[in-house]
Design a protein. Structure first.
Lengths: 398, 373, 398, 373
């Protein structure tokens, strides 16, 4: 047992830091370190920058253009990027579809799609949830009927994240209505410019149009864009959900938020005293900082031991719950730091580096929006209630 | 010991409920938030017509003088519908301040107009340093040749953009120590600058800066106003608790209804025991908040100042924690519908969030209460 | 609306205070104000004292020897007694069986038993829970078979509180095995000296023998000792459970504990500073003190409105949950006040006024036992989980 | 980055597990608690026979020098069974103190005897003022004609009643400032008085008062011992975390088993979602406690003092909060069985409670950590 990074790991970290120093745009960095979310263009530009450096997908195997990094070095990469103020890499292509294509896609699919994920040319989105099937994916209703060399897709997807910018969607559709709920589902890749698709962005609590409702009306999808076998989509979806969870804890983003909290609490005064000097407030910051350390060690422990697992574990669910709770709690403390200055509110502009135009201290401008936005963390991607169900079943059935 | 409303208070609630039903419908708060003013002048006239703006006007000026319990009854109903008209700002805080501290001329000048809905007044006191304390004022008033000169800043003054009259607190350094004074200020006076904005709960507020603002000596209301101003602030806090209780109760009801209707895994999600227990906890928070809201109003009727301060802080802590818990859990139990801005939960969640921050946040009141132990 | 006590209520409170000053034994008072539990003899003696004063059962109607007090004055009575350091009055006869006998007992039963409850001559206990039927009362198995003028009772009761001292037990038994679970139950009064009863006291976490297992082996109970109709016992039990809950919040006991917490925290230092001067600790005391106020107002509100209720409410369950949580939380803070001095441990002597013999400050002696003992509050009398079920059903089915 | 145990550490765990299986059975802790000594001398000999008492003895003295990770591995297993023999007191704390601070003579005199189980030593340091800090000593040592004279009190010294040697810390006021010094003290020396008692977790401890205790100069161990003593205390805290983790894991398992077996309302109570979610939360606390226990031991291997102090405080906070939550919920989910002293849960609950209080309570460590922010 040795909880220190190896010298080689630390070398990698230093390399990442040098790269970030040199290549992360100052406007993006400034915006993210102030607690504001990355804009769409920040995300696109950063993926292009990483790709140009050969780091478009550090976790992918080398034969698909990745670095084949160990899990620990993946963690270091994400941690360093996040704490430096880099935008997130979109998970839909890189972490979700990519591994599915590598495992189940045919060579044509792999050769066409994987490089375009890597370069950022294709923005992918996920078509899983539906209005009546949020947590309960197996009850999805969007139908695809075979018509010669095409599937004809009809139905509706909901809570689709950032799909209004997407070029492609990977999508679960029902291809056999007679089968049991989890059978009869297929996994299709759909060009978002196909006729018959309409997209309606929905604002979240903070006013950002981050999720969409998407309707399919007789959308024709070539059979060649089905991944794997017909009616086996549930298998691929499960595989994907497992891969989605590698960096589910969000340690890097939480570390960035914690640093931000400490900066704001040192600057903002209430009653003539910087908030960080208030013993109660300071203790709450300390509690969260400790929990974040426990989350990070737990994350490292779980990914280190992943290779030696013999049975499924509730690890990912534990990380998802605590990760979301900690991020939400940091956002709450940030809000409390500024007291009454949490009240003035404006929706965030979409692009770096602008803050919302509000009177009062600049550091207060995005904090309310941030708090509101992060309420989603305990709901999307499998609510914390669903995660607890998973944990309990694993504990009790083992 | 009596926890019921009088017949008269019941009639006030009925009036408020009628107003809300007629004027607000399902989406009144959201519609108003999208307008330039952020509230409806037509609705404001309706408030006046029903006599609700005379709630805190003394009887001698033709008002109802309904007191803190009557105010509670009305604010509770307004909170249920997330009413955004400046009731708390003008018909509670400012009206009470003028009634208690205004000169006979000022009372005659303003109270009838406020009661008739012809004018809106706001109390500009808070400066961002924490709690609703009469003496916490850094804005300075200096006497200069028969005039007063004011310099300072006021933070997040709700409904200031709509106001015809600002009631501004300032500190006067007198030989006997600093005093809090109150001034009647026209919003368009030279030296007054408003920075208006939308608040998180979709209302309108402004920061107000006062720079070499010159006022005639008649603008000063009352002499040493500390105790009266504190009583006004206390009633404002009690009224905010009542509004918040209304919002809490409606949100609880919405959550119960939603979980009974929403089907997942083949059953209404209200059947899931984990969610049932969460709702039981929400209901418990709600009942505690109800009790403490009643206590807050009751203390404004009869409490002596020190006990009243402790009771009000206790009430704000309980109501604030209920707002946090019930708000967050309502969002969580609504799932995607909870975080989508277009559904109703969002609006309630943000109003509860604003209530947490206003009149001293939960942590501030907890610390003040701890000081009284 | 007026949350102040009326002048007449305050007069009553003053009368109670004068009585307590004059009549509450100093040894009992000292022991209870130090956070130690009342001994069996404290309880017996106090009931005799109250009885002699005509206050054996202030809540009972005057025709049965009570004062017919309003709920608000009952609250004041219990509050004043508890905060002054009086022992509890045992609820089994006074609050549970008494009202059942008044409502459903025959005149013979009323005339024999009620005066003996009042005087303290009969110590009653409750025979509800069984090893397999704790929260789930309807599944109870103890059988009673009619044999001439007697029932013959066989079976086992569990988690019986203080029955080792009892003269009588009111007991639920199954008299019709074929009926549905809640039918076929009868309500018997059993003389604890009947042949065939054996009692085994069980120690709770703190070492006090507070609950018992009780076995019935061919115990003969005269039919005249059945309350009400055969097979209608569930009706009486439900009636009883509702009456049990009048003072379920435990406000008085919690107020006494809070006063004790503030005394100990002012006296005990850690790191050279009285605990009450530690801002974090003080804030936790403040939070609890506030919650206790909210509990008290809620209790008063609910009992004041009881008369005007048109439908069942979850009031009692809300009071039970929050009352037990607050008492437990006070006991936790008391424990934390004394830091490492919580470690020395001895079981409490049964009688007033002795504290356990331990080195270290006297105020620390009973705190660990108190914390351990109070874990029962969220379990006995319907666990907090059961209470939440009840609340949820009332909320959702209304 | 490696979270696995080495083969050697695995063998230590196996040895400990063998000992526990052979010696403890189902009820070993409870049986021992009921004896006069509070532990079993036979078991102690078995510890020695298996080499476990040499765990922290340097190799030059024939020991295993297994370090903090080896100690973690063993203490985890001992915690699972609630072992009450003085392993942490004597084989970790006192053995490390002598190995680090004893003179060659003291090491030769004591280490072989401690490893052989022929003697028990305890470190008497804590004085009731909070945390495990080397410099927090009020007991005074004064030089007097070639001898030392000690006066002071030590609080809640675990296993002191069984000790053949007390290692007592005291403060010496030197011209360069106060120093912490360590003294080897025979428990039967004149001026030493033990007040023994049972602790809440059924172990044995004593308060120790030192009154004009005269010691030869050779009794002093080392010179300025602050840094080494701190390292020993830190290892003790890490070992306590490991013990606690073992107890937590076993209690979690017991709770899962119980809820699968206990039937209410016709089904095993493990089917109730509210209880399932509670157990999921318990498991989450457990996993955090595991991570931080590993971090604590790892920091004792390699951390620099300031970072080590912060990490240890963080670990104690997480482990202490896990002990509180898992302990209380295990009792709650066991219902009546949870609060009845004769069942197994009771013993685990009390051991976890003791762990919360020892080596600085949760609040103390949280405050210390907050000071490092």
């Amino acid at each position: 047992m040795d909880l220190n990074y190896s010298a080689a790991d630390l070398q990698w970290r230093d390399e990442v830091r040098r790269f970030l120093d040199a290549s992360l745009p100052a406007d993006t960095r400034g915006r993210l370190l102030e607690g504001l979310p990355a804009g769409v263009e920040d995300i696109r530009r950063w993926q292009r920058t990483l790709y140009a450096h050969g780091w478009g997908a550090v976790a992918w195997p080398e034969r698909f253009g990745g670095l084949g990094l160990s899990k620990v070095r993946q963690h270091l990469f994400e941690l360093e990027c996040a704490t430096a103020g880099a935008p997130p890499q979109l998970p839909f292509g890189l972490k979700m579809l990519g591994p599915v294509l590598m495992q189940f896609g045919n060579p044509t699919q792999q050769q066409y799609f994987l490089p375009r994920i890597l370069s950022g040319e294709h923005w992918w989105c996920q078509g899983y949830s539906e209005p009546g099937a949020g947590s309960d994916l197996a009850s999805l209703k969007t139908r695809a009927v075979l018509d010669g060399e095409h599937y004809v897709v009809n139905g509706q997807k909901a809570w689709n994240t950032l799909g209004q910018h997407a070029d492609w969607m990977f999508c679960l559709v029902r291809t056999d209505a007679a089968a049991k709920p989890q059978r009869g589902i297929s996994f299709l890749l759909i060009d978002m410019r196909s006729p018959g698709i309409s997209v309606r962005p929905t604002k979240l609590l903070d006013g950002t149009p981050e999720v969409n409702e998407i309707w399919f009306e007789n959308v024709r999808v070539p059979v060649a864009q089905r991944v794997g076998e017909e009616n086996q989509g549930w298998t691929y979806a499960k595989f994907l959900l497992e891969h989605e969870r590698t960096s589910i804890a969000g340690v890097g983003v939480a570390r960035r938020a914690m640093a931000h909290l400490r900066r704001v609490a040192a600057v903002h005064s209430q009653g003539g005293r910087a908030m960080i000097e208030d013993p109660l407030f300071r203790a709450r910051v300390a509690q969260l900082d400790i929990e974040l350390t426990a989350l990070e060690i737990t994350n490292l422990r779980m990914i280190s031991q992943e290779a030696s697992k013999t049975a499924p574990t509730p690890d990912a669910s534990i990380l998802k719950i605590r990760g979301s709770q900690i991020q939400q709690a940091i956002s709450e403390l940030l809000l409390e730091t500024i007291g009454i200055r949490a009240l003035p509110f404006a929706e965030l502009p979409a692009q770096a580096p602008a803050s919302p135009a509000l009177p009062g201290p600049v550091h207060a401008a995005g904090l309310t929006a941030n708090y509101l936005n992060l309420r989603k963390l305990s709901i999307f991607g499998g609510s914390n209630e669903i995660q607890k169900n998973i944990i309990a079943h694993m504990l009790l059935d083992s | 010991m009596d926890f019921s409303f009088s017949d008269e208070q019941g009639m006030l609630m009925d009036a408020a409920r009628r107003l809300v039903t007629d004027q607000y419908g399902r989406d009144g708060a959201r519609q108003r938030a999208a307008t330039a003013d952020g509230y409806s002048r037509a609705t404001w006239s309706e408030f006046a017509r029903l006599g609700l703006l005379a709630l805190n006007v003394p009887e001698e000026h033709g008002g109802l003088d309904a007191g803190p319990i009557g105010t509670l009854a009305v604010c509770f109903v307004l909170g249920e519908a997330l009413v955004v008209e400046p009731f708390l700002s003008s018909a509670v805080l400012a009206t009470l301040a003028i009634a208690r501290l205004g000169s006979p001329e000022q009372r005659l000048q303003w109270l009838p107009r406020l009661a008739a809905g012809e004018a809106i007044a706001v109390l500009a006191h808070e400066e961002g340093d924490g709690g609703p304390v009469a003496t916490a004022v850094r804005t300075v008033a200096v006497a200069d040749g028969g005039e007063w000169v004011l310099d300072g800043c006021k933070s997040v003054v709700y409904h200031a953009p709509a106001a015809d009259l600002l009631l501004v607190t300032a500190r006067i350094d007198a030989p006997t120590g600093a005093q809090t004074a109150l001034f009647a200020v026209p919003p368009d006076a030279a030296g007054v600058a408003l920075q208006p904005y939308v608040t998180v709960d979709g209302q309108r507020a402004a920061d107000i800066s006062l720079h070499q603002l010159r006022l005639p000596s008649s603008a000063r209301m009352g002499a040493e106003v500390g105790a009266d101003l504190q009583a006004v602030l206390d009633q404002g806090l009690a009224a905010l608790c009542a509004e918040t209780l209304g919002a809490l109760e409606r949100l609880m009801r919405m959550t119960l209804d939603y979980t009974r209707e929403r089907v997942q895994f083949g059953v209404p999600i209200a059947r899931f025991q984990a969610l049932q227990h969460r709702m039981a906890e929400m209901a418990t928070h709600l009942e505690f908040a109800r009790s403490m809201t009643y206590l807050a109003a009751s203390q404004c009727v009869a409490g002596e100042p020190a006990g009243r301060a402790a009771a009000l802080s206790a009430a704000k802590v309980i109501v604030g924690q209920a707002a946090r818990f019930v708000g967050q859990q309502a969002v969580q139990l609504h799932g995607g519908m909870g975080v989508a801005d277009e559904y109703g939960v969002s609006h309630y969640f943000k109003r509860l969030l604003a209530a947490e921050c206003r009149f001293g946040a939960t942590a501030w009141h907890l610390t003040r209460y701890a000081g009284t132990l």
